[in-house]
Design a protein around this ligand. Structure first.
Ligand SMILES: C[S@@+](CC[C@H](N)C(=O)[O-])C[C@H]1O[C@@H](n2cnc3c(N)ncnc32)[C@H](O)[C@@H]1O
Length: 238
């Protein structure tokens, strides 16, 4: 279950505040063991009002509207699992930076498409094309993988590792300044096909064993203190 991975990250990060973008029927959200939880979805598939309380908030809104209107103290753990397109998930990630602190951990869902259909940004087209050849697979990851390429190219203060399967990428703001420049030119990222992904994902996604990812996040959390993050470095240099 997704929430087991999220709860493991929450324990490592000592998370007290959790944000989930894209909640659907709450199967992950309801299992997340964090004191204060906020869920955002334009179409919740459960009676969210019945379980909302002081420590469990729901916003029946598209994420863009939530980020534009909501005001919250920073979250410790943010799960991005809303609309699975590059454009929307990248916007969700960037918008969520204003709801984060130096030690916030992100988990971005569905970063490893399983075939060329699943990597299409248009969900209906993915299903229509699969059905046209008698393929009954209902998986759809969209082109969320491009967000990871974007972070690698453009946001080099952020480190990331990707869990295998359908791909979940953990991101955190690493205070070390990375001097080398690696990545896919940003103009090319939006045009990437599934085949481009297959050719390049091994060196790009940082796909590693689950336990190595947990250990790396633990090491980051242990080595950083609330005052030692990226902003602290900038402040100390200015
Ligand atoms: C894959 S489901 C989420 C699953 C859920 N996180 C879980 O693990 O059980 C994706 C959800 O994103 C929601 N969604 C679609 N567009 C969205 C948007 N613009 N902002 C927020 N959520 C969105 C859909 O309504 C859907 O419920």
């Amino acid at each position: 279950m997704h929430y087991e991975r999220i709860n493991r990250l929450a324990r490592i990060a000592n998370a007290k505040r959790y944000l989930e973008i894209g909640v659907f029927n709450g199967s992950t959200f309801s299992g997340v063991d964090v004191d204060f939880r906020v869920g955002v979805d334009p179409t919740f598939h459960f009676d969210y009002a019945a379980i909302a309380n002081d420590r469990t908030h729901f916003h029946p809104l598209p994420s863009d509207e939530f980020f534009r209107t909501a005001r919250y103290e920073p979250f410790d753990l943010i799960f991005l699992d809303g609309l699975h397109t590059y454009e929307q998930t990248l916007r969700d990630f960037i918008s969520s930076l204003a709801f984060a602190h130096d030690r916030t951990i992100w988990l971005i869902d569905d970063t490893v498409p399983n075939d060329s259909f699943s990597a299409l940004p248009d969900q209906e087209r993915c299903y229509r094309l699969r059905r046209s050849i008698g393929n009954g697979d209902w998986s759809w990851m969209g082109d969320v993988f491009k967000v990871v390429y974007f972070i690698r190219t453009m946001m080099k203060f952020y480190h990331f590792r990707t869990f295998g399967g359908h791909g979940q990428t953990v991101v955190w703001s690493d205070p070390r300044i990375v001097e080398d420049f690696v990545g896919t030119p940003v103009a090319e990222i939006g045009r990437m096909s599934y085949e481009d992904f297959i050719e390049t994902h091994r060196e790009t996604m940082n796909l590693v064993e689950d336990e190595k990812i947990f250990a790396d996040v633990q090491s980051f959390i242990s080595s950083s203190s609330p005052a030692s993050g990226l902003m602290a470095i900038f402040k100390s240099r200015s």
